[in-house]
Ligand binder design. Structure first.
Ligand code: ASP
Length: 417
């Protein structure tokens, strides 16, 4: 094992990083429960870690995407990978909404609950499809970088990478530069990740402290159903696809992606987790830089299975709570809008709540539902972001395997980070 697979973080000794992170997560929950609002004193440490990860997102996505595209100079291959990626993303998302609806119907968390909305909260207007499409191309790439507009950065990086491929030899020095930059940013990610156990600990302690049991209890059932549906989706759909389609061990997968899932859980941002996801895909799953650098940034932007599950469960929950009967057409409408809404959801905390408004309006459900959920949304966001990131990594694994861009020796190695 390379020296970076074991870290020395004081008392944690030479334990693999993913175990250290899980311990940080557990201790964080404990600290939040025991010390309540005093645990908020740890917030600056969490913010520091979050800032360090966020610092990496824009440059890392840009250089690794350009390096990834140039590694696939064969344009037929690039096209094939794009089709597979988008296809798997949409398919798993449709599965996710359906699982959400199924669990919502099975457990009926809203039935018989005496819920009174504390006030009407207008859902913010979600952007239309045309707006999203037109906004894809940056008029000024520098502004896109400054604003951290990931979709625009992706489009610019793809255009740049494809142009480099088209001119071949003449682009050789630039290709070399981007490859070298990508290595530099991977190293930087590696360094930031060494602080993950402490960062995750501080972040989670803050979340638990600010969402005391009192806030969670009245809606405990719906929280439970969303967590259950999320776990079922990850185990059945992701585990199933990995085992059946790729003939890879789901256990190894979850072990390899554990650091990314822990960071997703504690930050509630799949865009924020991107540097860690890329690192896990390359180092623990053995996916090539080309595939990981392309599939993951796209996924962090458009693939949100956890968000889709959440919308499925909540649409039913709110219908049950307000005594609205849904018909078959409305169920179909929910599947369609929730899939589209999850594509349009940004990978930042709380984005799914805004999109929930969209799904509710499409089938005429009361928007007060959004206000009802707002208080517990962060707890739900943690679950959905974890699934979102797991889905991106699962797709990366499937695409990598089918393109022969996955090193099974690394995937099956006993010591992931
Ligand atoms: N927070 C989620 C994510 O970053 C998006 C959402 O709010 O649903 O993946």
């Amino acid at each position: 094992m390379s020296q970076s697979t074991t870290f020395s973080l004081g008392f944690l000794g030479r334990m693999p990083l993913w175990q250290q992170i899980l311990i940080g997560l557990g201790l964080g929950v404990l600290t939040g429960v025991l010390f309540k609002s005093n645990a908020l004193l740890l917030a600056p440490i969490g913010t520091l870690f979050l800032n360090a990860i966020k610092m990496l997102i824009v440059p890392l996505v840009f250089v690794s995407l350009v390096a990834g595209i140039t590694a696939m100079s064969d344009s037929a291959k690039l096209g094939r990978i794009s089709v597979k990626t988008i296809g798997i993303y949409l398919l798993t998302t449709a599965f996710a909404v359906s699982i959400g609806l199924l669990f919502g119907a099975l457990f009926s968390p809203g039935e018989g609950m005496n819920m009174v909305a504390s006030g009407v909260q207008e859902a913010k207007q979600a952007p239309s499809l045309v707006q999203i499409l037109v906004g894809l191309v940056p008029t000024n790439p520098v502004a896109a970088f400054a604003e951290g507009n990931i979709l625009q950065i992706i489009v610019f990086a793809i255009a740049l990478g494809v142009s480099m491929n088209l001119i071949g030899e003449k682009a050789a020095p630039t290709v070399k530069l981007f490859n070298s930059l990508a290595e530099v940013f991977y190293k930087l990610t590696d360094l930031v990740m060494r602080c993950a156990p402490i960062g995750v600990f501080a972040l989670i302690a803050g979340v638990v402290a600010s969402h005391g049991i009192e806030v969670l209890l009245p809606l405990a059932e719906v929280i439970g159903v969303i967590y259950l549906a999320s776990i079922a989706h990850m185990l059945l759909v992701y585990g199933g696809l990995l085992a059946l389609l790729a003939r890879l061990s789901p256990l190894r997968f979850f072990k390899g992606v554990a650091p990314a899932l822990a960071v997703a859980f504690s930050t509630s941002s799949s865009a924020g987790t991107l540097p860690v996801s890329i690192e896990c895909a390359r180092k623990n799953l053995g996916v090539s830089q080309g595939v990981a650098g392309f599939v993951l940034p796209v996924g962090a932007t458009i693939n949100m299975d956890g968000t889709a599950i959440y919308q499925g469960v909540l649409a039913l929950f709110i219908a049950q709570a307000f005594g609205v009967e849904l018909n078959g057409a409305q169920y179909l409408m929910i599947i369609l809008t929730a899939t589209l809404a999850s594509v349009g959801t940004a990978g930042v905390p709380g984005a799914g709540l805004i999109m929930l408004g969209l799904v509710l309006t499409s089938v005429g459900l009361p928007l007060e539902g959004v206000a009802l959920i707002a208080g517990i949304d962060r707890i739900l966001d943690m679950a959905r972001t974890t699934v979102n990131v797991a889905g991106d990594l699962m797709t990366t694994t499937l695409v990598g395997r089918s393109e022969n861009e996955l090193d099974q020796t690394i995937y099956n190695s006993d010591n992931p980070q």
